[in-house]
Design a protein around this ligand. Structure first.
Ligand SMILES: Nc1ncnc2[nH]cnc12
Length: 590
């Protein structure tokens, strides 16, 4: 995962470039996109030695050895391998399956968050996870799991990962920065003091500080930048992109399974005519269905081009700009002598349809098909023991009250991710608050599954549309606990107990029957299934929810983000409701 250039190869690259030694691979008859100048250089030849480029230029009479591979690019265009600079690829697919779907689409480098393995197993989870990425045919870097440090505990009140462990991770060559830091944690008093020490360590180690400035503007955004943050992947309008660029931040524009900003942002951004060398295209997470159906960074770059972004700029935003942000530009992001031989052949500058994909000097995929095998995933046994709860009874979800009527706080959905706090009068029957089924109010609960006593909290949610059954998941944003919503306490218990048996997963249960499920037995966050199978399970879960009356756009995302404290307004955690604008807890009873 780290970058190295050994003495032997340094010598060899010079000799191959001077024609004194044969190359390992020669690519003839190609145009080359030079991301440094923005030119398309026609009719070039490119020589590779080891995992590096030795020569790019006009065709010369280079020696060929018996083992020199030859590729005729047929006049097509060579662009640098695409880089996803912000993704949570520790979610859902295991690394082997992720590589198999992403790499053939021309994404040769991944900079991934890894807070889920940390939530589940602390620093041991992170090292187990990055161990799986080391020898893959796709290139990986990771960021130290700030979200886990800030939001997740081990069930007993101590943080999933502590300050000194975060700093130890930052010293690893494969860790390029701190994972996203929520602005509220940075700017609100009462946040963890150690965060500042982590920032100090990252700065002194030359690592980046990834920011999460959702909704932050003016002084607050400036204060984030002032405290050392150097990127933000949360702008949702062209104006927000511009504000971040003006502050010297790298502005990451998302198009993935969580958010889709390109349609709103690209047109007005092009109109503004800004310099975009610090703008970056990222996915922020591309889940199995979209990865299979649409692709990865190829899809995102193509969409930006189709929306009117200059294609050279679009490719720079997924290559050199990303490499520069992560201080990797000496090695990655462009096609030139000495740089890593990570490249993609596409038909032309406006058609981002990867033909040949080359990574670390090897042809790894052709026309969307892998030509090499990803490294088999093999996680340690304790990564399969991450649902630490006892079986639950329907009673677990009772909300008892002593009064004859109850006024409660509920999460009212505005959109898939956004919500507001609402106050409801709910009937009390036999000393407990009941849901009637008539007003689109159901229960929502979060259970701590990280090693404590399996304690949790039950609240209410309005607007999900679910008329029957219960949906539970051991995958959720932030503290990453077990979240369940349901129209019936027995189904809620059955769904949770099924997840316990599966050792993690997403389950929809109705009238005591498990209707659909996606097992996630690794850390309780990651599947062992092949990518297409996992995608089919996602689709089946969504279909079952629709049939049960759910009318949210992306209901699974709604479930996962009930716990997402970086977004307004009322969130549910294992310790109770959290009012994220006010940065404080709130009772279920209003
Ligand atoms: N799992 C996740 N996916 C995308 N964005 C996130 N922000 C926090 N958690 C996230």
């Amino acid at each position: 995962m780290s970058m190295e250039l050994k003495a032997d190869l340094i010598k060899r690259l010079g000799r191959v470039c001077l024609g004194k030694e044969p190359a390992d691979l020669i690519i003839d008859n190609c145009d080359v996109l030079n991301v440094y100048t923005g030119e398309i250089l026609e009719n070039r030849q490119l020589l590779i030695a080891g995992d590096r480029i030795a020569y790019v230029g006009p065709k010369l009479d280079f020696p060929e050895g018996p083992d020199t591979g030859l590729i005729d690019a047929g006049g097509q265009l060579l662009i640098p391998g695409l880089i996803d600079g912000h993704i949570h690829m520790d979610s859902f697919l295991n690394p082997e399956e992720f590589v198999a779907l992403s790499l053939p689409r021309g994404t040769t480098t991944i900079i991934t968050e890894c807070y889920f393995p940390s939530n589940a197993m602390g620093i041991r989870g992170v090292t187990a996870f990055i161990g799986q990425l080391k020898n893959q045919p796709q290139r990986f870097f990771a960021t130290a799991p700030t979200i886990s440090y800030l939001c997740s505990d081990n069930g007993n009140g101590s943080p999933a990962i502590n300050e000194s462990e975060m700093i130890r991770l930052l010293q690893l060559p494969e860790i390029v920065g701190t994972g996203e830091i929520y602005w509220s944690n940075l700017l609100n008093t009462g946040s963890k003091e150690g965060l500042i020490n982590i920032i100090e360590a990252a700065v002194s180690l030359g690592k980046t500080l990834e920011g999460h400035g959702a909704g932050a503007k003016n002084q607050r955004l400036a204060a984030m930048a002032a405290q050392g943050i150097d990127s933000c992947h949360e702008p949702i309008t062209a104006e927000e992109v511009r504000e971040r660029l003006r502050l010297g931040l790298f502005a990451m524009i998302r198009e993935g399974s969580i958010r889709r900003e390109l349609e709103t942002v690209i047109g007005p951004l092009v109109e503004m005519g800004l310099a975009l060398r610090r703008a970056i295209l990222v996915s922020d997470g591309v889940w199995p269905v979209e990865l299979l159906r649409q692709g990865h960074m190829d899809y995102i770059v193509q969409k930006a081009v189709d929306l009117g972004l200059n294609p050279v700029t679009a490719i720079q935003m997924a290559t050199i700009n990303v490499a520069e942000h992560f201080h990797l530009e000496s090695h990655l992001g462009g096609i030139a002598p000495g740089k890593c031989a990570d490249m993609v052949i596409v038909p032309d500058i406006k058609t981002i349809k990867p033909g040949l994909v080359i990574c670390r000097g090897k042809v790894v995929a052709r026309d969307g098909k892998m030509l090499v095998n990803p490294v088999k995933t093999s996680f340690p046994a304790n990564a399969y023991q991450c649902i630490n709860i006892n079986p639950v009874e329907p009673d677990f979800f009772r909300v008892p009250v002593s009064s004859p009527a109850a006024r409660v706080r509920a999460i009212e959905l505005i959109s898939t991710i956004l919500n507001r706090e609402t106050i409801l009068d709910l009937p009390v029957v036999n000393g407990e608050i009941t849901i009637t089924g008539s007003d689109d109010v159901i229960k929502a609960a979060v259970i701590n599954r990280h090693g404590g006593n399996g304690g949790g909290c039950t609240g209410f949610i309005k607007g999900f549309g679910l008329k029957r059954g219960a949906l539970a998941s051991s995958y959720s944003f932030g503290e990453g606990n077990l979240v369940v919503i349901g129209a019936d306490d027995s189904d809620m218990a059955a769904a949770v107990n099924r997840i316990r048996r599966l050792r993690g997963g997403i389950v929809y249960c109705c009238r005591g029957r498990i209707m659909e499920e996606l097992p996630l037995p690794i850390f309780g966050y990651t599947s062992e299934m092949a990518g297409p199978e996992a995608a089919a399970s996602f689709t089946a879960l969504e279909k079952a929810l629709r049939e049960a009356g759910c009318r949210i756009d992306n209901p699974l995302l709604t479930l996962f983000t009930l716990t997402f404290t970086a977004i307004p307004s009322l969130r549910l955690l294992s310790g109770g409701y959290w009012l994220s604008r006010e940065n404080r807890t709130a009772d279920v009873l209003a």
